[in-house]
Design a protein around this ligand. Structure first.
Ligand code: ADE
Length: 231
C-alpha cells in the first residue's frame, strides 16, 4: 500500500508533513510531493493548490511518478446539510462535479460525457476506516457519510446552496474532491474525501471561513493521521 494524501492548502497538509519521515521531496507542476513514511505506512503528502484542475493534475502525478495505490483528499468544506455544523466531519460516499453542464446534449447536469453516471463512488473500505478513525480520534465530533459536491466556485449564496442540495443532494461543497475522484477512477485507484466543515456555504460563509479554516483543516489532518495508523 502507498497512500497519496492531497490537501488544497498548506494548513490542510502541514501537520501531516510534520508527522512524516520524509525520504525525498519532488517538485512537479509547481507542487511539492513529500514522499516517505507516515506512522510506518508508505505515503506521499502534497499541497495541490485550489480548484479542480490543480487537484486532478496532482492525482495523475501521484499515479505516474509515485505509483500510489490509494488516494485520500483532506481539507475543509462548506456545509450543505443542516446536521453538519462548523467543526463536524463529512466522509465521502460519493462525489459529483456540480459545475459540469452538458445538458443541452441530453446529459444529466454534473455528468461528464464518457462516464455512465455523474456520481463517482468512494472506496467503501477506506470510507469506513476513515469514519472509524474519526470516531476514535474525537468521539465528540459529529461524523456524517455522504455526498461531496465540487466546482471551481466558493459557495457563499443561499440560493446556490439550495440548488446544490435540491439538484445533487450534496452534504458539503468544496473545490477539489470530485475532480480527485474522477482522476482516481480513470487510474483505477480507490479514493476517499474527508472534510471538516469551515462554514455554512451561505451568506455567513465569507465571515466564518477565515475564522474557522485553520482550526477545521488541522482538525481534519489529525483525523487523517489516526486513519493512517490503522489502515
Ligand atoms: N471550502 C470551504 N468552504 C467552501 C465553500 N463554501 N465553497 C467552496 N469551497 C469551500
Amino acid at each position: 500500500m502507498k497512500l497519496g494524501i492531497i490537501g488544497a492548502m498548506e494548513t490542510e497538509v502541514s501537520a501531516l508533513k510534520e508527522a512524516m519521515e520524509v525520504d525525498k521531496v519532488v517538485t512537479k507542476a509547481g507542487m511539492d510531493f513529500y514522499e516517505g513514511t507516515l506512522h510506518g505506512k508508505q505515503a506521499v503528502v502534497v499541497q495541490c493548490g485550489i480548484g479542480k484542475v490543480n487537484a486532478a493534475m496532482c492525482v495523475q502525478i501521484l499515479a505516474d511518478l509515485f505509483e500510489i495505490t490509494h488516494v485520500l483528499n483532506t481539507g475543509v468544506a462548506g456545509s450543505l446539510n443542516a446536521d453538519l455544523n462548523i467543526g463536524d466531519i463529512l466522509v465521502s460516499e460519493k462525489a459529483i462535479q456540480h459545475d459540469v453542464n452538458v445538458t443541452i446534449f441530453g446529459y444529466q447536469v454534473g455528468t461528464v460525457p464518457g462516464f455512465e453516471s455523474r456520481e463517482f463512488t468512494a472506496d467503501a473500505v477506506m470510507a469506513d476506516a476513515v469514519a472509524d478513525a474519526c470516531k476514535r480520534a474525537n468521539p465528540d465530533v459529529n461524523i456524517v457519510k455522504g455526498c461531496v459536491v465540487s466546482g471551481d466556485q466558493f459557495i457563499s449564496d443561499a440560493k446556490v446552496k439550495d440548488y446544490l442540495i435540491s439538484e445533487f443532494h450534496g452534504d458539503c461543497a468544496e473545490m477539489e474532491g470530485a475532480s480527485i475522484a474522477q482522476a482516481a477512477v480513470l487510474n483505477k485507484i480507490p479514493f476517499v474525501v474527508v472534510r471538516a466543515i469551515s462554514d455554512k456555504a451561505d451568506g455567513s460563509a465569507q465571515m466564518d471561513y477565515p475564522t474557522f479554516e485553520n482550526q477545521a483543516a488541522e482538525h481534519c489532518a489529525k483525523m487523517v493521521s489516526e486513519f493512517v495508523k490503522s489502515f
